[in-house]
Ligand binder design. Structure first.
Ligand SMILES: *[C@@H]1O[C@H](CO)[C@@H](O)[C@H](O)[C@H]1NC(C)=O
Ligand SMILES: *[C@@H]1O[C@H](CO)[C@@H](O)[C@H](O)[C@H]1NC(C)=O
Ligand SMILES: *[C@@H]1O[C@H](CO)[C@@H](O)[C@H](O)[C@H]1NC(C)=O
Ligand SMILES: *[C@@H]1O[C@H](CO)[C@@H](O)[C@H](O)[C@H]1NC(C)=O
Length: 315
């Protein structure tokens, strides 16, 4: 009973806290960088009501996306190629940008995650610390704004000079550390380049998400890796492993609880049956006794030679 009790408690704890934990995190913010991109694209698109070509429109975001800044800019493809767009917030877009396949108009969506916590959350980087929040520049097919979701363009490149990203409010580099630019491509793969300019400029020939980071001092991570091995998968695969381990353990716990429940029910049934049988036996015994008594009484009067009865009734 004690074991069953603790298992039941554990089971209900699992039931109650697991969903609470995940829904609390997921209901307010999109989960994952791709989902965030899609959400921000949606609000950027909403900002383009009868847009003027070449004008930056700032998107209105709901309160759960507080702190994030999103803009939309619609350009003719030819104009982007010939002139670029020298001042799209932190991005300096040179001439020579070409998309493949060709589209008549593009929408360039600008993102600024606004703070380092969100940057870490959506773009986790093992062993690195963010000095500036993630900035994003993503290109969409802007030929038809009446579609609900603008189609992404995945091949847009700077064939001449690179696009420059001039970060504002970069945190000071810790002494002894070297700042790096990090670039996440559309698949989320990261790559590092040197910071240029006055320690605040990164350059890129492609779209994606960008930030300035430094290597973290090698402090022991709070959760040590379950198995050794040379990097590669990084945080995502660790998370996966933990999710799998968690599910397996949870499943096992559930199984044990169910088993115990079944056993307990069986035991309970048996006990009940036993009790019923006992009761039946008691009633039956009583009946037997009286019937025996009835039949005994006359028989006793007949045969005096049997001493057993007298023995039985004696104290
Ligand atoms: C861009 O959108 C237009 C209008 O919907 C469509 O005709 C064209 O095929 C699209 N181009 C690409 C490369 O997706
Ligand atoms: C990552 O950057 C290095 C140079 O810093 C470059 O040689 C390499 O091709 C880049 N990788 C990808 C996938 O673009
Ligand atoms: C980046 O900086 C390091 C040291 O400051 C230097 O050795 C390296 O050549 C640089 N890489 C590029 C691609 O400029
Ligand atoms: C992070 O640093 C630790 C310890 O220096 C190292 O074992 C691990 O491979 C690093 N992770 C990545 C993704 O480089």
């Amino acid at each position: 009973m004690g074991l069953l009790h603790t298992n039941l408690v554990m089971f209900f704890l699992l039931l109650c806290f697991e969903p609470l934990h995940t829904t609390a995190a997921d209901s307010s913010l999109p989960s994952g960088a791709k989902a965030l991109d899609a959400t921000l694209q949606h609000y950027a698109h909403n900002a383009l009501v009868k847009p003027k070509t070449g004008t930056i429109y700032n998107a209105q975001l709901p309160s759960n996306l507080n702190g994030i800044k999103v803009s939309a800019l619609r350009l003719r493809s030819g104009s982007l190629r010939r002139k670029g767009y020298p001042n799209y917030n932190e991005f300096e877009i040179p001439k020579g940008i070409i998309e493949r396949p060709y589209v008549e108009r593009l929408v360039l969506v600008y993102q600024n995650l606004g703070n380092l916590d969100l940057s870490r959350k959506y773009y986790p980087l093992e062993n690195y610390t963010y000095l500036a929040p993630i900035l994003g520049l993503l290109a969409y097919n802007g030929s038809d704004l009446s579609t609900r979701n603008l189609p992404e363009l995945d091949d847009v490149k700077a064939y001449g000079d690179p696009v420059l990203i001039k970060f504002r409010n970069v945190k000071p580099v810790p002494s002894g550390a070297v700042a790096k630019c990090v670039w996440f491509d559309l698949k989320g793969t990261s790559n590092f380049t040197n910071v240029t300019g006055e320690g605040n400029t990164c350059s890129t020939s492609q779209q994606g998400h960008f930030a300035i980071v430094v290597e973290s001092p090698s402090a022991p991570s709070p959760a040590p890796a379950p198995a050794g091995g040379g990097g590669g998968g990084g945080k995502k695969s660790h998370k996966k492993v933990w999710i799998i381990v968690g599910s397996v353990l949870g499943g096992l716990a559930l199984l044990v609880v169910l088993l115990l429940l079944v056993l307990w029910i069986q035991k309970y049934k048996e006990k009940k049956k036993m009790q019923q049988m006992e009761r039946a036996a008691e009633v039956g015994e009583a009946l037997n006794m009286t019937s025996i008594g009835d039949t005994m009484a006359p028989s006793a009067t007949v045969t005096r030679t049997q001493p057993s009865l007298e023995h039985e009734y004696a104290p």
